[in-house]
Design a protein around this ligand. Sequence first.
Ligand code: PAF
Length: 287
Amino acid sequence: MNNRQAKIVRTRADLQAAIAAERKKGRRIGFVPTMGALHDGHISLVKKAGEKCECVVASIFVNPTQFAPGEDLDRYPRNEEGDVARLGEAGCNLVYCPSVEEMYPQGSLTNVRVEEMSDLLDGIYRPHFFYGVATVVARLFIHVKPDVAVFGEKDFQQLQIIRRMVRDLGFGIEVIGGETWRDRDGLAQSSRNVYLSEEERSRASAMFAALHRAACRIRIGVPVEEAMKEARGHILAAGFSKLDYVSAVDPLNLQDLPDGPLVEGQGCRLLAAAWMGSTRLIDNLGV
Ligand code: PAF
């Protein structure tokens, strides 16, 4: 732990002045976008950005365009003071906390859609979600103009969509994935875990256990669909009330893999989303 304090900037103009001063010193800019309510996983992304760049910028912005009406926008956990303190300790130099108006100036009509990849998996259950994410991340990239951006692998579909957007639009930013941070029992750390009751929390790690077991089964040659069927059964048996999906996909385009044993050289990522009470949890694992 150190006593470094991150500087807060709230406007695009102040952010760009602060970044210009860093660039003048020859520093590269690493960027970690967040919605706040930071946990150890976010902090590890900040440290990763710090390994690549001399200046680390994080943003805290609860992006309204990625929430549908009725989702948890209003109750999404917020703790700016605590987050900024943690970011400073982790070596972050600048924290960008824009207002909604700063990110979406009045009358703003432009959105970013990464077709196909946004309409699969989570996109089926949250059709607005990846359009909101791609739009805000594109806007943040334009404000920050980083050399490197770091996103958690916990949100694997988001990470791959952003990689694709950066490639398609030629942002010239290196996108790096940071490993998922897990509690001791395997539950992926997420800002939404605070919604779980003690009893729900004790059952929630079953999703990771099911994915882990399925990955092992696929590795020994069990047909993909059989392993997915078993994983679905394990998740429901552990007390998840509803299963949105458990899928084995090609990590690059997120398309379902054909059934049968995994072909040598074929990448495979397992992704799951399920409800524990009123909390929707997602997780994923490479095979
Ligand atoms: O992963 C998140 O916290 C958000 O989706 C992101 C990338 C900060 C965009 O709002």
